[in-house]
Design a protein around this ligand. Structure first.
Ligand code: 58G
Length: 226
């Protein structure tokens, strides 16, 4: 899979270009390019913001540099994504869908956003990582890429994907490692029993109770599915 990220702040992706992502890149299953939108300005001052028609506070990103930046990477098989607080809420299911795409293009918004016609022209999908406003689309872009990269074939083992939170529509069961007693708190006896059937049953029960308590919406039908 190939991902192109269009941003006014390419340096903000520096720390991101390590960890799980760089492992995926080394394996050759994921190619990520960070592209500076400012390189596409025709304005001699490299201006990338403009005033909104109709007035109001703040600025929008200039249309032309964003348009030309997208055009420079767009192919027939590209899916354009615009992280925005006005988008549908991102989740596990959308991450899996994105991971099956051949080519993703992320437009990182700044100021008060982008011209609506850019969204229309590129059939961009507006997606939100939660109900809050950020100063730029860079962090949501990194969140989405990190999350989807785990579902790109060859990045993680099948096992770790299947066993994780949400793969069964529930939150994760509690987990424990050494020592058996820490600060006076014991590891639940069943996990030391070696009885794998009992362990599986206990984990399922714990996951269900935890989900009922903190995320009842996941059980009531509008849940995150595979
Ligand atoms: C209103 C304000 C509309 C994604 C800002 C558009 C992006 C939050 C999220 C914007 C974002 C999220 C400009 C800055 C998008 C643009 C960007 N804020 N919740 N801010 O996923």
């Amino acid at each position: 899979m190939r991902i192109d990220v269009l941003t006014l702040f390419p340096d903000s992706f520096k720390p991101f270009e390590e960890s799980i992502i760089s492992r995926a890149k080394k394996k050759g299953v994921l190619e990520i390019n960070i592209i500076n939108i400012r390189d596409f300005t025709k304005d001699k001052h490299k201006k990338c913001d403009d005033t909104p028609f109709g007035g109001g506070a703040g600025m929008l990103m200039s249309v032309q540099p964003v348009y030309d930046a997208v055009k420079s990477v767009l192919t027939k098989n590209s899916k354009v994504i615009f992280p925005s607080p006005s988008g549908k809420i991102f989740n596990h299911k959308i991450a899996k869908e994105y991971a099956q795409e051949e080519h993703l293009i992320f437009i990182c918004g700044h100021y008060e956003g982008i011209d609506q016609r850019l969204i229309e022209l590129f059939n961009a999908e507006e997606v939100s990582i939660g109900d809050y406003v950020l100063t730029g689309g860079e962090l949501p872009t990194m969140v989405i890429i990190d999350s989807l990269s785990r579902f790109v074939d060859g990045v993680l083992s099948e096992q770790s994907l299947q066993e994780e939170s949400f793969s069964n529509g529930l939150l994760e069961y509690p987990q424990y490692t050494r020592p058996q007693i820490f600060e006076g708190l014991k590891v639940p006896e069943v996990l030391l029993s070696g009885n794998h059937q009992e362990i599986a049953k206990w984990r399922k029960h714990q996951a269900l109770e935890k989900t009922k308590k903190v995320r009842p919406d996941l059980i009531k039908g509008d849940k995150v599915e595979d």
